[in-house]
Design a protein around this ligand. Structure first.
Ligand SMILES: *Cc1c(COP(=O)(O)O)cnc(C)c1O
Length: 366
């Protein structure tokens, strides 16, 4: 059997009739940017997430960048201010901070749940701290009441990187509506994925929303009048139309992921393989299914030889990257352990039972 990590062709085929109709509608409309498709998707996504505003933009990195940039334009953040962020994240989270001349303060996660360790945040807060940026990594909710309380106590903005957790909840609220603003990515492989790049910001703050919308449109609120030195970051009409279709099916797709995860949790049984702490389904939309193994590279090769494609998320943590040379000597043992031992098993709404059974059998036989 050959099991691809994420067969995007099948993911699209699942809803191909609706997707094809949506794409054709845009093609034939003659209107390709900033039109009714964006408006409709923004309204529907804001409603889904539970915020007043949604602003479509070009990708997830831009969404995060624009939030911080807007806080700078609104005089809430300034060059050199600090943003607390988990050390184990995808590089984009950190780039959004450093591109704005802000300073990421890298905080370790717990190995247990892979999200930022909320007991290590307060000691890192200084007079320069302006925000805590949480990342709902792997589809797991990273928010805790303690983080919310710290933001209140120290008057910090709470920003969510929700690139990997569309549809995830904390209590009865969706991730993306838990803080002051959230950045979303619609990269094709994400739970809500476009057929190309896409992103969005969600927020309840009107002033922030207006500033972000202007910044994403060359800094303009009125045609040919430029209030800020903005950039061009747009979600195109074809992607918005596709996303509107896929948004309608997101919850059912996430349920498929949760069923596969349940099967993995209940049947993977190998003392060499450690699974992350299992949390309630409403708190995890299983963007990925990470497992941990001391012999990770051997384990990956063995699965490959068995026809199972896996990926590592991520092989090198941000502080060990060449682009951040100045942090290369910092020691972050938990982050490094995660990056050294992590392997993501196949996970998608299209994985069949037969495939999941085969994955489990191979993992158990390692
Ligand atoms: C994918 C991702 C991003 C960036 O999204 P792009 O659309 O690829 O720019 C940011 N943060 C996290 C955690 C991601 O997984």
């Amino acid at each position: 059997m050959q099991i691809p990590f994420l067969p995007l062709k099948s993911v699209t085929e699942k809803y191909s009739e609706e997707i094809n109709a949506a794409v054709l509608r845009v093609v034939n409309s003659g209107w390709y940017l900033q039109g009714s498709e964006n408006k409709s998707f923004e309204e529907n996504f804001a409603k889904f997430i539970g915020t007043e505003y949604c602003i479509g933009c070009a990708n997830g990195l831009d969404a995060l960048f624009l939030i911080l940039r807007a806080y700078k334009e609104l005089d809430i953040m300034h060059d050199g201010d600090e943003v607390i962020v988990p050390a184990n994240t995808y590089i984009a989270t950190i780039l959004a901070i450093t591109e704005n001349n802000l300073k990421p303060i890298l905080v370790e996660p717990t190995f247990d749940n892979l999200e930022i360790d909320d007991s290590k945040i307060e000691e890192r807060i200084t007079p320069k701290t302006r925000a805590i940026m949480i990342v709902h990594l792997y589809g797991r909710c990273a928010y805790t009441e303690k983080i919310g309380a710290l933001c209140k106590k120290y008057n910090l903005k709470l920003i969510e990187d929700n690139a990997q957790a569309h549809g995830c909840c904390f209590k009865d609220k969706r991730t993306g509506s838990l803080g002051d603003a959230a950045g979303h990515s619609f990269y094709p492989g994400k739970n809500l994925g476009a057929l190309g790049d896409g992103g969005a910001v969600t927020t309840d703050n009107q002033q922030l929303a207006e500033c972000i919308r202007a910044l994403a449109n060359y800094g303009s609120q009125k045609k040919y009048v430029f209030k800020y030195c903005g950039r061009n970051s747009r979600l195109d009409e074809i992607q918005a139309a596709v996303l509107d279709v896929k948004l309608r099916h997101l919850d059912e797709d996430n349920v498929c992921r949760q069923k596969i995860a349940k099967y993995y949790y209940e049947n993977i049984n190998n003392s060499k393989i450690v699974l992350p702490k299992r949390i309630a389904d409403k708190n995890n939309v299983y963007h990925l299914f990470p497992v941990f193994c001391r012999e990770r590279n051997n384990f990956q090769q063995y699965l490959k030889d068995s026809g199972i494609q896996t990926l590592i998320h991520y092989p090198i943590p941000p502080h060990k990257q060449e682009c951040y040379k100045k942090w290369n000597n910092i020691s972050l043992p938990i982050t490094e352990k995660i990056h050294n031992q992590e392997l993501s098993l196949p996970m998608s709404p299209c994985l069949t039972w037969e495939e999941a059974e085969y994955v489990v059998d191979c993992v158990n036989a390692f």
